[in-house]
Design a protein around this ligand. Structure first.
Ligand code: ZN
Length: 175
C-alpha cells in the first residue's frame, strides 16, 4: 500500500467562477490561477502523484504552458489516475480538508463528494470532504486544500490468471 499527501492554495479573484472539486459553486469570486484554479482537484492530483513518487502537478503541467490556460483541472486528475494505474496501483480512498472563510462548503459537500468520487472512479463513501474556516490564519482571501490518499496494488487481472494457467501447463503441480 501507499499513502499520498497533497496541499494547494489559490487566491480569490472577483469576476470568475468558483470551482471546487469540479463543481461550480455560487459565489461572487472565484479562485485565480493559470487553470480553472480548482484547489481541491489540484491537491488530490498532487496526493496521487506523491503516493507513487512521481513528478508533481507543477512539473507535469507548468503554468508557463499555454495549453493549461483556463484548463479543466479534471484533465490533471485523469493524468494522475492514469499514472498510478501504470505504476500498478489503484485508489482506495481519499480524505480532504478545505480551509476557506467563504462560501460555506457544508451545503455543497455532498455534491462535491459525489462528483469527486465519480472523477476518481471510487464509491462515494470513499471520499471525505471536510471544511474549516481559517481562524486566526489571516488567509480570508484564499482557499486551501489538504488531501490524503491511500493506494493499494491493483487487483490481479484476467491476463495474469491466463498466465497462471499457462505456467501450470508448463510446470504441472507435483502430487
Ligand atoms: Zn492549484
Amino acid at each position: 500500500m501507499r499513502i499520498g499527501y497533497g496541499w494547494d492554495s489559490h487566491e480569490f479573484k472577483p469576476g470568475i467562477p468558483l470551482k471546487i472539486g469540479g463543481v461550480t459553486l455560487p459565489h461572487d469570486k472565484g479562485l485565480g490561477g493559470h487553470s480553472d484554479g480548482d484547489v481541491l482537484l489540484h491537491a488530490i492530483t498532487d496526493a496521487l502523484l506523491g503516493a507513487i513518487a512521481s513528478a508533481d502537478i507543477g512539473s507535469l503541467f507548468p503554468p508557463t504552458d499555454p495549453r493549461w490556460k483556463n484548463a479543466d483541472s479534471a484533465v490533471f486528475l485523469r493524468e494522475a489516475l492514469q499514472r498510478i494505474r501504470t505504476a500498478g496501483y489503484e485508489l482506495v480512498n481519499l480524505d480532504s480538508t478545505l480551509i476557506l472563510s467563504m462560501p460555506k462548503i457544508g451545503p455543497h459537500a455532498d455534491t462535491i463528494r459525489k462528483h469527486v468520487a465519480e472523477l476518481c472512479g471510487i464509491p462515494g463513501d470513499c471520499v471525505g470532504i471536510k471544511a474549516k474556516t481559517p481562524e486566526g490564519m489571516g488567509t480570508d482571501n484564499a482557499a486551501i486544500a489538504n488531501v490524503a490518499v491511500l493506494l493499494k496494488r491493483a487487483e490481479v487481472g484476467d491476463d495474469t490468471e491466463d498466465l497462471h494457467d499457462v505456467l501450470n501447463v508448463i510446470e504441472p503441480p507435483r502430487v
